[in-house]
Design a protein around this ligand. Structure first.
Ligand SMILES: Nc1ncnc2c1ncn2[C@@H]1O[C@H](COP(=O)(O)OP(=O)(O)O)[C@@H](O)[C@H]1O
Ligand SMILES: [Mg+2]
Length: 354
């Protein structure tokens, strides 16, 4: 413990002192005039100042540095006015190194009067680095997934679809060859041909959904109506689509994000909502593409709520939110027993194609 501690020598005080001294979180105590009173060893270790140095200067000057002084003063002011504060900010160690810290600033009230304040500082630099690494990995995974989708789509389109086309063609020839033959044989060929036709239609649509070629070629203006139409046919759910005219072209990331959000939104409507209609809207507003997918289904739960229920958030919704947030946009879901509305805005950033 720093020498300037004002704890008394009685047992409860010793006990408290031991608690503070061994606490892994950095603690600093200041008086009501914001002068240094004491700190624990974790605080000395984190910021590398000696108690004498801490006592000889304003704490915010020492650990915030000139660039963060306003922000640090702001927090101190609030605590000295009697409010608790909680913030995640950057602070500077004695050696100049910048650390990310989670800060709690707490007023010490004795008999209704402010007798001082104390601050808890937890070093979250590593935690933040780990978060950044996880985010970078998620980005990489997303890229790999896109690449894998493109590969499977190409494979389905270039080989399986071609083989199925030959199969169809052979079956057409077979139909001619058995035209005068037995009825059972003719209907078997007919049935087989129908199955082959269905297979190629499914494979074509799976390949397009995995990697919509229309999106790359013509952008959202054609790809979204195509997605909506295909969805209506497959699901029997009526789709109402409202879009800005002449949407134009945007960067790959933006177009793919919008396409995948609408796609996942529609798939959720089909799988979870029980709605018979869905409305998609996509508009260019200011410098963002704003979109919504709303249904008239049963909602997330039977209780009416406009709060997004965290425990209901699966990979689909989490993935959509992360995609949008990475592009600097926002994402929200409102759900009641009358239906669910997913909305998002994706900043268009740099227009990459004309
Ligand atoms: N349109 C919707 N209507 C009702 N419930 C929905 C809707 N969209 C999502 N949900 C609920 O939210 C959950 C999470 O959705 P999501 O993250 O896409 O994961 P998944 O679709 O794989 O379950 C769903 O399991 C469902 O309970
Ligand atoms: Mg889903």
């Amino acid at each position: 413990m720093c020498p300037s501690t004002r704890m008394g020598p009685d047992t409860p005080a010793l006990y408290l002192r031991a608690l503070i001294e061994t606490c892994p979180i950095a603690i600093v105590v200041l008086d009501a005039q914001h002068h240094y009173t004491m700190c624990n060893p974790s605080f000395e270790r984190l910021f590398q100042y000696t108690p004498n140095e801490l006592a000889s200067a304003n704490l915010d000057y020492l650990i915030a540095g000139p660039e963060r002084l306003e922000e640090a003063f702001g927090l101190s002011r609030k605590v000295l006015q009697g409010s608790r504060v909680h913030a995640v900010a950057q602070r500077r160690r004695r050696d100049g190194m910048i650390v990310d810290v989670e800060i709690y600033g707490i007023p010490l009230m004795l008999d209704g009067a402010l007798s001082g304040v104390y601050g808890l500082y937890q070093d979250v630099t590593e935690r933040n680095h780990a978060k950044k690494a996880v985010r970078a990995m998620a980005d990489q995974l997303d890229n790999l997934q896109q690449e894998e989708r493109r590969r499977i789509a190409r494979e389905l389109h270039d080989s399986t679809s071609q083989e199925l086309a030959v199969l169809n063609w052979n079956l057409t020839r077979l139909r001619t060859l058995v035209a005068d033959g037995d009825e059972a044989l003719k209907s078997l060929v007919e049935e087989t041909k129908e199955i082959a036709y269905q297979c190629s239609a499914r494979i074509r649509s799976a390949s397009y959904l995995l990697h919509p070629p229309l999106l790359g070629e013509a952008g959202l203006t054609l790809a979204i109506p195509w997605l909506a139409e295909g969805f209506e046919q497959r699901s029997g759910i009526r789709v109402m689509l409202e879009m800005s005219e002449g949407l134009g072209r945007y960067g790959d990331e933006v177009e793919i994000a919008v396409f995948r959000i609408v796609q996942e939104g529609l798939s959720n409507v089909m799988r979870h909502s029980g709605s018979t209609v869905v409305k998609i809207s996509l508009y260019l507003r200011d410098s963002s593409l704003e979109l919504s997918v709303s249904d008239e289904g049963k909602g997330y739960s039977s209780e009416s709520t406009t709060q997004e229920p965290d425990n209901k958030v699966g990979v689909g919704i989490r993935g959509m939110r992360e995609r949008v947030e990475q592009l600097g946009g926002w994402f929200k879901i409102e759900s009641t027993s009358q239906g669910t509305k997913l909305s998002a805005a994706v900043p268009i950033g740099v227009v990459s194609r004309g």
